[in-house]
Ligand binder design. Structure first.
Ligand SMILES: [Zn+2]
Ligand SMILES: [Zn+2]
Length: 350
């Protein structure tokens, strides 16, 4: 509802369209980006969309939207055009939480959130996963391997998928070192995934508690940037050279700056954390150091499928990210607690 209000409402159970499925939700994760909608004015995030975008999709600011963009569950019903060899009743699935026009270059390459005609985001501009049932296009489903829990599947559906795709874009390998700034679910995922890729990692956050957690998630080294200069610490750790890659998951200027300056000559840096701004000495920090900085938003549908396969094959324990597991009935309290941002990741389980 916005302004830190939320309501539990009854909705009619959804029915599948010809090309869609109904999912019986088993887990639906909370994401830091939910807090923009929770804390702000109702529909604030939708106002950036054009009036045509909203009209085409039948969205009105007066309609309530079911939140939750990390849905995971079991196929309960399938539409008449859905190939049962692809998805059948009872399949364990995750939902890639975007839909688009399905025909533009971005949609055709799986980057549906970049749809040239504007994307639908489940949990924001269409009903999401904080409910017993959810309807989604069959093309947005990805099979959940049997060894992965529903909660872990929810994590892959946003935070872990984002970290995985950013590491793919940075092209990290066992030859690299990686500095991770901001140790929320995306940063911790980056540490877990990078470790499995053979990468030595150094974790940085302003919270001593999060720094300690990162070590238990497999970081090679970790520094509390509220106590000392992380760039100096990383330089020392790397024998004065700097790390070959860095990722900023904090979305604050100080962390972005440190991420760039902690890399070596030819360093590659990904900005993943959203919000705020930063300025650089382009000549000294970028040109004269041959550094590459990329902006990175979430992941493609095929990257999400690669991510969950990687997590399964390497036995990565994403369940340890969840410090809070809630029932839907406790949603008001659950979001009040989540709003404090003092613990790990949270999820509704059904
Ligand atoms: Zn998210
Ligand atoms: Zn498109």
């Amino acid at each position: 509802m916005g302004h830190r209000q939320l309501a539990l409402m009854d909705f009619k159970d959804p029915e599948p369209g010809a090309d869609s499925v109904v999912i019986e939700i088993k887990a639906s994760g909370f994401c830091g980006s939910d807090l923009h909608h929770y804390r702000g004015a109702r529909g604030e995030s939708l106002r950036v969309k054009s009036p045509e975008f909203l009209r085409e999709r039948g969205i009105s600011f007066d309609d309530p939207i079911i939140a939750g963009h990390e849905p995971c569950g079991i196929v309960a019903e399938i539409g008449k055009n859905v190939d049962p060899r692809a998805f059948a009743k009872g399949d364990r699935v995750m939902v890639y939480h975007y839909d688009g026009c399905r025909y533009c270059d971005q949609c055709r390459t799986g980057w549906v959130q970049m749809c040239e005609r504007g994307s639908t985001v489940y949990g924001q501009t269409a009903h999401g996963g904080h409910a017993h049932y959810m309807v989604a296009p069959a093309k947005s489903l990805i099979h959940l391997p049997s060894e992965i829990s529903f909660a872990a599947g929810a994590a892959v559906s946003c935070g872990t998928g984002t970290a995985f795709a950013a590491l793919e874009r940075l092209d990290v390998s066992g030859r690299d070192t990686l500095a991770v700034f901001g140790l929320g679910p995306v940063g911790l995922s980056a540490i877990q995934l990078a470790k499995a890729m053979g990468v030595r990692t150094v974790a940085v956050d302003v919270s001593a508690e999060r720094v300690a957690r990162a070590l238990s998630f497999g970081a090679t080294a970790a520094f509390d940037s509220s106590q000392s200069d992380p760039v100096e610490a990383i330089m020392q750790w790397s024998g004065g050279k700097g790390v070959s890659t860095a990722i900023d998951c904090a979305g604050v200027a100080a962390a972005r700056h440190a991420a760039v300056r902690s890399t070596s000559t030819w360093g590659r840096i990904a900005f993943v954390g959203v919000g705020g701004n930063v300025s650089f000495d382009v000549t000294a920090d970028l040109i004269l150091r041959q550094r590459t900085v990329i902006g990175h938003l979430t992941f493609s549908d095929v990257a999400m499928a690669r991510c969950v396969r990687f997590v399964a094959d390497h036995g990565i324990d994403l369940d340890q990210q969840f410090s809070e597991r809630w029932k839907l009935e406790d949603a008001v309290r659950a979001y009040q607690e989540f709003d404090k941002q003092t613990s790990g990741k949270a999820v509704f389980e059904f």
